[in-house]
Ligand binder design. Structure first.
Ligand code: 4NP
Length: 159
């Protein structure tokens, strides 16, 4: 079975992208379509290499029954890029960083998470590592990710 491969990316891979990964996994499980998806998250930096999600992200994920067991931060690799179908970044800075390293042939995979929300094009999901607004991160992901899944499901079923 061909899987749709989704890669979430943020700066540290301990706050926003692990939360996105976990929400997306939960959505696909609840819809009974988890087998059709391979979902991962990575960092643009090595700052947090080997670290589990930030305590604030853990608390927010616990509040929403989101599982992050076994998640440890790691930086993006060339293999991640070639393997992915969708590379979904959290903010403009992640997007700019990846544009520097992604081969031209893979640039169409690259997206900004909030771009899919009507009226939110170009909006960054602000880094809760600085703001401590993990609730706001969850709220923005909860708004955008169902729309990404809807789009991916439409494309998967058409293909
Ligand atoms: P994240 O948050 O990109 O949402 O995981 C951050 C985590 C760590 C750092 C920056 C942002 N840091 O500089 O170590």
């Amino acid at each position: 079975m061909t899987k749709t491969k989704v890669l979430f990316v943020c700066l540290g891979n301990i706050c926003r992208s692990p939360m996105a990964e976990s929400i997306f996994k939960k959505m696909t499980s609840e819809k009974g379509i988890a087998d059709y998806y391979q979902i991962n998250s990575v960092a643009t930096s090595s700052e947090e290499l080997g670290n589990p999600p930030h305590p604030g992200a853990q608390a927010e994920m616990d509040r929403h029954q989101l599982n992050y067991n076994g998640h440890y931060s790691r930086p993006i690799t060339a293999a991640d890029i070639s393997n992915a179908d969708y590379i979904i970044t959290m903010d403009e800075s992640n997007l700019a960083d990846l544009k520097q390293i992604i081969p031209n042939r893979d640039l169409s995979k690259l997206h900004l998470c909030m771009d899919i929300v009507p009226g939110q094009k170009g909006t960054s999901i602000v880094d809760p590592w600085y703001t401590h607004r993990f609730d706001k991160t969850y709220q923005m992901l909860n708004q955008s990710l169902p729309l990404w899944l809807k789009k991916m499901e439409k494309i998967r079923k058409e293909g």
